[in-house]
Design a protein around this ligand. Structure first.
Ligand code: NAP
Length: 414
């Protein structure tokens, strides 16, 4: 008979599932800064249903949604997961993983015990009428983000996922490299390819906010692969140079501007100063590009600080596509710029199976770099999310070793 609990870094024989596991949890009574809110605890390994899979997590990817989950804002995640009948007293963070399939439900056909997989974070009810009608599951009422809207995230020895979330792991990548990019890459893929007719085309200029961050480092590469011209926005010249290495044609250092946040009212004296700031920023994009063309797509996620500028600099008939409000949610839009030049302001959230698979295929073909900026130990999960919340992580994506005993492994250790 196998052990009841394995220590972090110990790997049970393939297919042998212990009763208990280590997991990095948040609980409602300790919501706050991630360093305190996210803590290691030992809990029961979850049971799986007929369409579900239990994955031994080798490495987990670090994403900003875990920072939001730890803080308990903008939502209390335990209240969201209650909607799916999940526990209400704790939440395991984590929406990116690489690992090994250890158990499959009775109806699962796409993966088998022993498969090496990465897990994408999009979940929905298999019997949702919208999904059964063949429509985009990304717009289904039951759509949810695994490890954010649901309980059983990736910062644990085992994670419970829906079978369709499992995609083949790129064999050339280490566990930590494979764990890092799926959530940000898939999200960037939907933002850039999922909203026709505003999909990135050959020669399109695309402005990428936070170009050196998780989303941005993926977006730059996807724009380049589609033949577009990515211009990054960053907060330092070092980050700008990093973006150029990824394929950006140039960058704008946002620290050189001060017109951020909610602009003064359009009929107040201060508004003209704001407009001068926005115009100067637009000119900086042309300078970075080397020609006087404006972005057909603006890849947005800072939100409150930047939306007024994004709407202003977006080209006639172009699209501002947004998936977050890292700096706040009150995004004032001067509608004159929107209607007169017929721009589109589009929300986007995660991805569907097709988009996650398309992105993963690019990774497997070696066409997208996973931009792993740093690797941390399981015990550092709270600290690494604290650093992320404070904007102190290095460029690119970041991963944490869970069951992988050391970095650099592509397979299970002998
Ligand atoms: P990240 O790695 O921390 O990068 C975000 C970048 O945004 C930072 O590196 C920073 O770059 C820039 N930034 C931060 N505050 C800014 C501000 N006030 N003005 C302008 N730029 C600012 O995070 P990420 O993984 O890219 O995620 C970014 C956001 O998207 C998070 O809020 C995350 O929760 C969200 N997200 C949403 C989805 C979805 O499906 N809805 C999916 C993934 C991520 P510089 O300092 O260099 O400018």
């Amino acid at each position: 008979m196998g052990k009841d609990l394995y220590e972090i870094g110990e790997i049970p024989p393939v297919g042998e599932v212990p009763r208990r596991m280590h997991a990095q949890l948040v609980r409602p009574e300790r919501y706050g800064e991630p360093a305190e809110a996210i803590q290691d605890e030992v809990i029961d390994v979850p049971e799986i249903g007929p369409h579900e899979v239990l994955v031994l997590v080798m490495a987990a990817g670090v994403n900003f949604n875990n920072v939001w989950a730890a803080r308990g804002v903008p939502v209390d995640v335990t209240k969201t997961q209650a909607r799916w009948g999940e526990p209400t007293d704790f939440h395991i963070v984590g929406s990116d993983a690489s690992g090994v399939v250890y158990a499959v439900g009775s109806e699962v056909t796409n993966v088998a015990v022993g498969d090496h997989v990465v897990v994408h974070a999009a979940q929905w009810d298999p019997d949702d009428p919208w999904v059964l009608a063949g429509k985009d599951p990304g717009l289904a009422a039951s759509f949810r983000v695994w490890g954010y809207d649901t309980c059983w995230g990736s910062f644990a020895q085992f994670t419970k996922v829906q079978a369709h979330q499992c995609l083949p792991k790129a064999e050339h990548l280490t566990w930590e490299e494979a764990a890092a990019p799926t959530l940000t890459g898939g999200t960037a893929y939907r933002m850039l390819h999922g909203w026709p007719p505003h999909t990135v085309q050959e020669g399109d200029v695309v402005l990428v906010w936070g170009g050196a961050g998780g989303l941005g480092s993926m977006a730059i590469q996807l724009v380049k692969l589609a033949g577009g011209l990515p211009v990054a926005v960053v907060s330092s010249d070092e980050k700008g140079e990093y973006c150029k290495k990824l394929g950006a044609v140039g960058y704008v250092n946002r620290r050189r501007f001060t017109h951020w946040g909610i602009p003064p009212r359009w009929d107040s004296p201060g508004w003209k100063d704001w407009l001068e700031g926005a115009k100067a920023f637009g000119k900086a994009i042309w300078d970075a590009l080397g020609e006087r063309r404006s972005p057909k797509i603006v890849f947005e996620h800072p939100g409150q600080d930047t939306i007024p500028t994004s709407i202003f600099v977006c080209d006639r008939g172009g699209m501002v596509v947004i998936c977050a409000g890292t700096s706040g949610y009150d995004t004032v839009v001067d509608v004159r710029y929107l209607w007169y030049l017929q721009k589109r302001y589009q929300g986007s959230h995660l991805f569907n199976d097709d988009q996650a698979r398309a992105f993963n295929d690019l990774v497997r073909e070696g066409k997208v770099e996973t931009t792993l900026g740093a690797v941390y130990r399981y015990e550092e999960t709270g600290r690494v999310h604290q650093l992320m919340g404070e904007g102190k992580l290095p460029e690119g994506n970041v991963a944490v070793l869970v069951s992988a005993p050391r970095p650099g492994l592509r397979d299970l250790p002998a």
